[in-house]
Design a protein around this ligand. Structure first.
Ligand code: GLP
Length: 234
């Protein structure tokens, strides 16, 4: 794992955006795996700026998102989050976006997305991490699932994500890429932001052990991971 420690979040976002922009320049039709949450927001702002300034062209790129809530309101969906923060600000064709539909039957969405991943390889997967070590919505448990599945959100995740919902009522289920789907990406870019991630990050940096109780540690199994975190978190 390549570890990049930064002075502050701005620097993390800049380095993250540089890695994505360089991958896009090398492969204009890349399949980019995307994440939601606060962590990637600075990266998305810089990608949008690069596109506006003519330094990035997403016209042939394709994207797939890690996860989506089941049965949430449109305005609370991750798909809306991505439109607001990235898709509406870059020249990515709508038809090149793959997303679980928050209103569709979750079992049907799982089948559709499993089909997608059977036929596509993510070139670069951007990841954040939850305070409990989850990646996507692969929550700490006795076992982890390999493929796209419906998951019950951990109480800690519901608490951590309540800040995004006006009434605090976080959906309790999500459709998420599985650990195998994530680990099959050609390369992975993990961004860590915020004090609440210190414990999960420690598990990743202080040992090469892999544990289902801290799913982010599974990234030790991947040959091409770049971790970007603020030095103060280590
Ligand atoms: C959600 C997403 C994760 C993300 C995590 C961290 O739970 N499903 O993919 O990494 O939030 O969120 P934040 O970046 O807001 O701390």
């Amino acid at each position: 794992m390549k570890v990049i420690l930064t002075q502050n979040y701005e620097e993390s976002a800049r380095k993250g955006a540089e890695i994505i922009l360089s991958a896009l320049a090398d492969k204009p039709d890349m399949l980019l795996g995307l994440a939601t949450g606060e962590t990637p927001l600075g990266v998305y702002r810089l990608l949008a700026e690069a596109c506006r300034g003519g330094r990035a062209d997403f016209s042939r790129a394709r994207t797939v998102n890690l996860d989506e809530y089941v049965g949430c309101r449109e305005e609370d969906s991750y798909s809306r989050f991505m439109s607001d923060n990235l898709f509406d600000r870059i020249n990515l064709p709508r038809e090149n976006i793959t997303f679980a539909d928050h209103l569709a039957d979750p079992a049907a969405e799982v089948a559709r997305l499993r089909g997608f991943f059977a036929g596509h390889t993510v070139d670069l997967q951007l990841l954040g991490v939850g305070p409990n070590g989850h990646i996507g919505f692969n929550e700490p448990d006795e076992t982890l699932e390999s493929l796209v599945h419906v998951t019950d959100l951990a109480p800690a995740t519901i608490d951590a994500n309540a800040r995004w919902f006006i009434d605090g009522a976080v959906p309790t289920q999500a459709v998420t890429m599985g650990m195998g789907d994530i680990l099959r990406a050609r390369s992975i870019l993990l961004l860590v932001k915020g004090e609440s991630k210190r414990e999960a990050l420690r598990g990743l940096l202080e040992s090469d052990a892999v544990t289902t109780r801290n799913p982010v540690t599974f990234l030790h199994l991947h040959p091409d991971v770049t971790l970007i975190a603020e030095k103060s978190l280590t």
